[in-house]
Design a binder for this molecule. Structure first.
Ligand SMILES: [Ca+2]
Length: 201
């Protein structure tokens, strides 16, 4: 304290803050950011040719809501039992809303889809956030339209699964947007504790 005046100390605090502040700060400072854009997507299967080239899992998080399947910005699984698409946010977030864009034709294929959120790779261990098209709860997503599902108190998790239960189903998503903030626990809690220490120095 004798060596540094208060201006010096302020500068040191700011430099330390910037040093410690990584992705978490960006997430906190930009609350409207679509978290899906920094995630990784996979799906149960890939639709057969000649449609396979346009149906990769990544297409639902490419930042493009183009709902024309032939433009290559939507996903598609094979016709199968219980098809799923999964997003890994790479860290735990408290999710406050999810926006899903349906394809521009054959929108009824998404009927009965469910959104699951949690910290497990296993569907059975995830929370069912919402049944996307459950009659009387949430209306159907019309062809080419986007629907937003909000979770007032937030649902915490690293993984988001969109899942259609049943035989002979094909899952297509044109875009999945995820909004929320870092869940304050685990590694994040440690980072915040460090930040607090630096700021209160
Ligand atoms: Ca897309």
């Amino acid at each position: 304290d004798l060596m540094w005046n208060s201006a010096d100390r302020s500068e040191i605090k700011i430099r330390l803050l910037l040093f410690v502040c990584n992705r978490m700060c960006t997430d906190l400072l930009i609350p409207g950011k679509n978290l899906a854009l920094n995630g990784k997507a996979t799906q149960s299967t890939l639709v057969e040719n000649p449609w396979a080239a346009f149906g990769h899992a990544y297409n639902a998080i490419d930042g493009n809501t183009d709902s024309n399947y032939d433009h290559g910005s939507c996903t598609a699984t094979e016709w199968q039992e219980n098809p799923w698409w999964r997003l890994d946010l790479l860290d735990e977030y408290t999710i406050t809303s999810i926006t899903i864009t349906n394809r521009g034709n054959l929108p009824e294929r998404l009927d009965g889809a469910e959104i699951h959120i949690g910290n497990s790779l296993h569907l059975a261990n995830l929370n069912v956030a919402i049944n996307v098209l459950k009659a009387g709860v949430i209306s159907t997503i019309p062809a080419g339209k986007s629907e937003t599902y909000t979770f007032d108190s937030g649902i915490s998790g690293r993984y988001i699964n969109v899942f259609i239960p049943g035989k002979n189903r094909l899952l297509t998503l044109c875009e999945v947007e995820v909004y929320g903030y870092p869940t304050p626990n685990g590694e994040k809690k440690l980072s915040q504790a460090k930040l607090y220490l630096f700021l209160s120095y």
